[in-house]
Design a protein. Structure first.
Length: 368
């Protein structure tokens, strides 16, 4: 292993999100992949052979990982001594994921998860580091609850939220609370994993339904904006969110069309100029700590009539910035805008890596 890097593992390493973790971690300054695990079908093969016909990233398999032996993810003992913590990109039944992630934590191996299974576990933080880094305070209670010494579980939220969460948080933090909002998402096909949505459904078409996505889009915001109280995270009371989630023929990049109403008297609501100032000046703990995967400018505002666009804007600042355009008055609510984020970077693997960087900076990987 190189220098003083932390040895990490990837569970579900052969799937689309797992591959993205492998690729994005290849030159990471803090972490190095030393353990890969997947289903029994892939176990016992080299990583190169396990993904031979289904490596989906537009680059070669990182040399340091290609010859690693793939382990059965259900064999927790195999990870001991090979990695200090794991990224979970497991694709299984939710109860099975919850149980397996708990098994790793019980074995003293922290889990930084991309899976949804533990998002609503009361003592598991659901992190967007620019918004709720203090939610890691709940980890001590989580460890006490389970009797875990070094292990714990932390998760990231659904990819559909990433486009609008930072913009609304920046406004609320600036003193402009939001009462309610309507969000229409236009979500990329890569969000469905591989092989994903059949081409017959996506070419010349839009699918106006993504199972479970609207519920996640409407409710996860409340936990992210919630507060740590005693041994649980208590949801925020608002804002009220109504969502329409649509699958569109785009490979990467989730777009959200947002209309919102402030919970303020008319004369206290911000002007469009003030809103743009708040967004473009927004900075948070990841920027202060200069975490390796953090965007320098988390929110970018475009003024062209036809931006943001997935092909033009999804890679902004390593694929970690939220790009906003078409900010204008709303005749039904107060304002409306269009926001874009990269669903497999900010919304998946690189967002998980940023969570791990935050946890490291906060000392959670010390003495593992």
């Amino acid at each position: 292993m190189s220098g003083n890097k932390i040895a990490v593992g990837v569970l579900g390493a052969t799937g689309m999100v797992g591959q993205r973790y492998i690729y994005l971690l290849k030159d990471h300054p803090w972490f190095e992949v030393t353990f890969v695990a997947a289903s029994p079908r892939s176990a016992g093969k080299s990583y190169r052979d396990a993904v031979a016909s289904r490596w989906l990233i537009g680059s070669d398999i990182p040399a340091g990982v290609a010859d690693l032996m793939v382990e059965d993810a259900s064999n927790v003992e195999a990870a001991k001594g090979k990695c200090s913590f794991v990224f979970s990109a497991l694709e299984m039944d939710k109860d099975a994921i919850k149980s397996l992630e708990a098994s790793y934590a019980a074995a003293g191996i922290p889990v930084v998860s991309n899976a949804s299974a533990n998002r609503w576990t009361p003592d598991v933080p659901m992190l967007i580091p620019e918004i709720n880094p203090h939610h890691t305070d709940i980890i001590a209670a989580q460890k006490r609850h389970h009797g875990w010494d070094k292990g714990f579980v932390a998760v990231k939220p659904n990819c559909s939220l990433q486009s609008y969460m930072m913009p609304i948080f920046a406004l609320q933090q600036a003193g402009y609370p939001i009462k309610r909002m309507i969000v229409t998402t236009l979500q990329a096909t890569s969000g469905a994993g591989y092989p994903g949505v059949p081409s017959f459904d996506m070419i010349d078409n839009i699918v106006p339904y993504i199972g479970g996505e609207e519920e996640k889009t409407e409710t996860e915001v409340l936990k992210i904006l919630g507060t740590v109280q005693d041994d649980e995270i208590v949801n925020a009371a608002g804002p009220l969110v109504a969502a329409h989630c649509n699958r569109v023929p785009v490979i990467d990049g989730h777009t959200a069309c947002v209309s919102l109403e402030f919970d303020l008297p008319e004369d206290k609501k911000p002007s469009l100029e003030e809103i743009e100032r708040i967004w473009t000046s927004f900075s948070a703990l990841p920027q202060e700590l200069k975490l390796p995967s953090a965007p320098v400018q988390p929110i970018i505002v475009r003024h062209e009539d036809n931006r943001p666009q997935p092909r033009r804007d999804r890679e902004n600042d390593k694929g970690m910035a939220v790009t906003i355009g078409r900010l204008r008055p709303c005749p039904v609510f107060d304002i409306r805008f269009v926001a874009l984020s990269h669903n497999t970077k900010r919304g998946a693997a690189l967002g998980g890596i940023l969570n791990a960087e935050l946890l490291k900076a906060q000392g959670f990987f010390d003495n593992l």
